[in-house]
Design a protein around this ligand. Sequence first.
Ligand code: FPP
Length: 246
Amino acid sequence: MGYKDQIDLSKLPKHVAIIMDGNGRWAKEKGKLRIFGHHSGVNSVRAVVEGAVDLKVQYLTLYTFSTENWNRPKLEVMAIMELMVSTIHKEIGNFMEKNVRLQAIGDLEMLPQKCYNELMNAIDKTSANTGLVLTLALSYSSRREILSAVKSIAGKVQRGELKIEDIDEEIFEENLFTKGMPNPELMIRTSGEYRISNYLLWQIAYAELYFTSKLWPDFRKEDFFEAILDYQKRERRFGMTSEQVN
Ligand code: FPP
């Protein structure tokens, strides 16, 4: 029996976040350039999106490019941006067919114009789709996101639109890029690294963390299903006792 058949569809995570790591090492193992790994990583993105659509997971958020990634060699950054432009362009038809709505979070104005335009075009074209919400974290830094929420809230207080005592978790979340989205219940990281790397720090407070040694270009639908199955085997207690949640 495959992993998919063992998944309890009534207990799916609503939101899965993924740190797609290991493209460079995958390419290096094969004696190829790092960008070859990123190109292969796109196949994994496609497979995981399909897996999420198959299961009817509502939100999938992919860490595609971090703020820190801008410090990589210029050639690699340019190649990733080019890859993003061509991938987004090619995938629009697929998104429409699968009813996927594309979104992006991060400092999007940092993206090269061509990349930004392609992204906005795809977001616009898929905006009426009602299936999976696929969010790309691009030029994303969770600490920056939190700081920008703090600044926006401080501004509202300064202008007298909000009272300090009224600031609560709900208001805070309305000022994050992920506004309106449920928090991820499952976070997956590939490539055997055990770090969060500035990703969705506020949002993953109660997420189950799943780590696999597989490198991202080797990650496929079955691996996604295996992660969900592993998540379902865990007991989520939110600080309560086992008796309280059962
Ligand atoms: C991490 O591997 C991967 C990235 C920083 C880039 C991820 C981008 C893609 C897979 C392209 C996806 C495109 C779309 C449109 C979703 P790494 O380079 O950090 O690998 P390493 O840790 O082995 O060096």
